[in-house]
Design a protein around this ligand. Sequence first.
Ligand SMILES: Cc1ncc(COP(=O)(O)O)c(C=O)c1O
Length: 398
Amino acid sequence: MLGGGNPAHIPAMERVWKERMKEIISDPAVLRRTLAIYDPPRGNPGCLEALAELLRSEFGWPVGPENIAVTPGGQTAFFLLFNLFAGRSTGGAADDGANSATGGVNGRILFPLMPEYIGYADQGLTPDSFTALKPNIEITGPHRFKYRIDFDHLIHNPSLRALCVSRPTNPSGNVITDDEMNHLAKFAAQHDLPLIVDNAYGWPFPGILFEEGSKKVSPLWTDQTIHVMSLSKFGLPGTRTAFVVGPPEVAAAIASMTAITGLANGNFGQAIAGPMIKSGEITRLSRDVVRPYYLEKRDKALAAIDEYFPDEAPYFVHECGGAMFLWLWIKDSKRSSKEIYEALKKRGVLVVPGEYFFFGLQDKDWPHHHECLRISFAMDDHDVREGIRIIANELFGN
Ligand SMILES: Cc1ncc(COP(=O)(O)O)c(C=O)c1O
């Protein structure tokens, strides 16, 4: 199973959850607050204050609880954000040809770099809510490549309502560089567009970012940025807890949407992680446990690719700066990635065909769509290695 997006079960983290659960259960007041009391729709006030303090002290961001709203996972946060900004509106913006028959403007979210997270693809409530840019492809070394944002084609048009990037990116493991982020932020400021940054794998938790030294990425805060931070890849996907951090009016809108759609959020994730956010333990565990765990898995997966894939074969692996996936590009592949997926499935190996991760693009005929596979390395090391061996054999007869 190299196809899923479930985070790994890290033994040291499982011990932490067990301890936290014991603490919650052994304190009647905490247990009651967790199980038997509705939180305000925006989230638990103590948890919001703790996260604001963490972001001020870790990153120097000028934020308070008024900048934050809790959602049931990042997935819901994106649904709320995309439909808050995109979709049909009436009047105001100029006509760019995207107007509906009724005269409303169809506002869109721009993904400046495809491929992007598959989970966004069907979230727009109106058709045509998304638009995207094809990346530039840079060969970075033998069998390695990196996507770069094609800034020559980053052009404003009046239907744009927001930009969105995941950093690190699922599926490619790409980490948009600080330069690229600054460029996007400048564009967003110029046109007064929100810049949504999906930190599902980023700082301050779970911190599954591998670059060090000068290549290390900096979290960016501007008047336009909206960060989404989730507890899922820190190890708590079952609690469905994420935080939207942005301008107060955006956090307030998300809180209102939660009140309408769900009344309040689940308390458990905040009850487990709240004290860890307050003490800073969450960043320590991210740095000292979660990040090294995935880094080792990434290195083993890359070593297996180097070992099993023939050197003369026309394959490239995306530079994996973070997250839990290798993104494999089989250049000029005779079979589409869906066909390769089917063949691998018959041999007991599940991966995700790349075409699903390219959405919102004008150029539907770009062959690159059909030449990529996403391989998760979050699973057991032996399974990952064996899976990679079978993939090499299926692709190149090796
Ligand atoms: C890039 C990215 N964003 C968001 C999510 C949604 O995660 P969750 O709703 O569990 O926070 C995922 C899950 O895999 C993801 O990979």
